[in-house]
Design a protein around this ligand. Structure first.
Ligand SMILES: CC(=O)SCCNC(=O)CCNC(=O)[C@H](O)C(C)(C)COP(=O)(O)OP(=O)(O)OC[C@H]1O[C@@H](n2cnc3c(N)ncnc32)[C@H](O)[C@@H]1OP(=O)(O)O
Ligand SMILES: O=C([O-])CC(=O)C(=O)O
Length: 373
């Protein structure tokens, strides 16, 4: 048996037409992420990822309407969310459970043809937005807000979170963040989703598994951890002593480093600029200034770049979003990518089952219970 590659680093485990990272450049279906971040709405990206082409005007309007329709919060789901211990449960745990619960209301989740799966994908994508916003409101003692038919996905997300009309700058920031987080080749949560559905399990199982993988602080959970770190640092002058201390204790600096990018995550600069603008707008420039100091120091000392999670933290914080909702927002966006990969996996499926290099004891004897220490 060959020696395993720790963490599967550099291992090519699938063919995919959805997104690529080549020479530190990210594309969705061949389109550079910078072009999408500057010009595309989240709905356009969702359509692109699922159909491998940009939508025309009619197709775009159709998918926008279908997503909004599915952002309506089903009564049963609200009742289910209300049954959680809302004050103590983490929203990622709530989301993971709620998506699994959704499958109970699908007439036949095992019907896996593309048409059924595309309908299901719309339902899952829309409902994700509804679950996160409804959960956020319910735990504050507020009733969930239903989506407005004329709004985009990003507009509705903000509206359903805050219960008031979204501001232009909020829509710009959330739409951009949703576009930037939508897909990322074979990251840990997407791989998880593909492994899960490659057993021919259903889409809800794939998304539930993926949410579980995204939740961890080495992956999507890092954005919440970045804000925890910035809050602990408190003031700009404390930033360098804080990270020096962490590095001296062999602790990781959240939002820094990446398995694939060596010279920088191309998504980070868009969020960095958004963070600059938003922190200035709310008069809390310190979060941006602290972030720059940390980014420069870690680049200099460790040669590590800031990843997508780093500046998204100060962006969401400036929008007044609760810190534990940062990763759920990532999940709402990445669901579009997970669904695209699930569709792709079903279309050319083979069970994913690697081998392990056994390093445990050999020729061990069975000891009867009464003789064990
Ligand atoms: C959307 C996303 O998922 S983006 C990633 C989000 N995660 C984070 O921001 C968490 C912080 N970053 C990390 O933990 C890592 O950089 C990862 C998980 C993203 C990538 O990890 P890997 O490719 O496995 O690198 P690994 O953890 O093996 O680190 C390699 C070396 O760089 C160091 N290193 C990597 N990231 C960091 C960091 N953030 N802070 C300090 N040191 C780091 C490691 O300590 C290790 O050093 P060593 O060789 O002296 O032991
Ligand atoms: O690709 C990765 O390993 C992590 C990442 O940046 C993402 O999922 O967006």
């Amino acid at each position: 048996m060959t020696t395993p590659t720790k963490g599967l680093e550099g291992v090519v485990a699938a063919e995919s037409s959805i997104s690529s990272i080549i020479d530190d450049q990210l594309t969705y279906v061949g389109i550079p992420i910078d072009d999408l971040a500057e010009n595309a709405s989240f709905e356009e990206v969702v359509y692109l990822l699922w159909n491998l082409k940009l939508p025309n005007e009619t197709e775009l309007e159709e998918i926008r309407k279908a997503l909004v329709e599915n952002m309506k919060v089903p009564e049963g789901l609200i009742a289910h969310l209300k049954s959680y211990d809302l004050k103590s449960v983490h929203p990622m745990a709530a989301l993971r459970t709620a998506v699994s619960y959704m499958s109970l209301y699908d007439e036949n989740p095992e019907k896996l043809d593309r048409e059924s799966n595309l309908k299901r994908a719309i339902r899952i994508q829309g409902n994700l937005g509804a679950i996160v916003t409804a959960f956020a409101r319910l735990r504050n003692g507020e009733e969930p807000v239903q989506p407005k038919p004329e709004y985009t996905f990003a507009e509705n997300f903000i509206y359903m979170l805050n219960g008031r009309a979204p501001k232009d700058i909020e829509v710009e920031a959330i739409d951009k963040a949703l576009v930037l987080h939508a897909d990322h080749e074979l990251n840990a949560s997407t791989f998880t989703a593909r492994v899960c559905v490659a057993t021919l399990s259903d889409m809800y199982s794939g998304i539930t598994a993926a949410i579980g993988a995204l939740k961890g602080p080495l992956h999507g959970g890092a954005n919440e951890a970045v804000m925890k770190m910035l809050t602990e640092i408190g003031e700009v002058d404390n930033a360098i002593p804080y990270v020096k201390d962490k590095l001296a204790n062999k602790e990781k600096i959240m939002g820094m480093g990446h398995r694939v990018y060596r010279n920088g995550d191309p998504r980070a600069k868009h969020l960095k600029e958004m963070s600059r603008q938003l922190t200035e707008l709310v008069g809390e420039e310190k979060w941006f200034e602290m972030s720059i100091k940390i980014e420069d120091y870690i680049k200099e000392e460790k040669g590590l770049p800031a990843n997508v999670d780093f500046y998204s933290a100060s962006v969401y914080h400036s929008l007044g979003i609760d810190h534990d909702l940062f990763t759920p927002i990532f999940a709402v966006s990445r669901t579009s990518g997970w669904l695209a990969h699930i569709l792709e996996q079903y279309e050319n499926n083979r069970l994913i089952r690697p081998r392990a290099d056994y390093v445990g004891p050999e020729h061990a004897k069975f000891i009867p219970l009464e003789n064990r220490e």
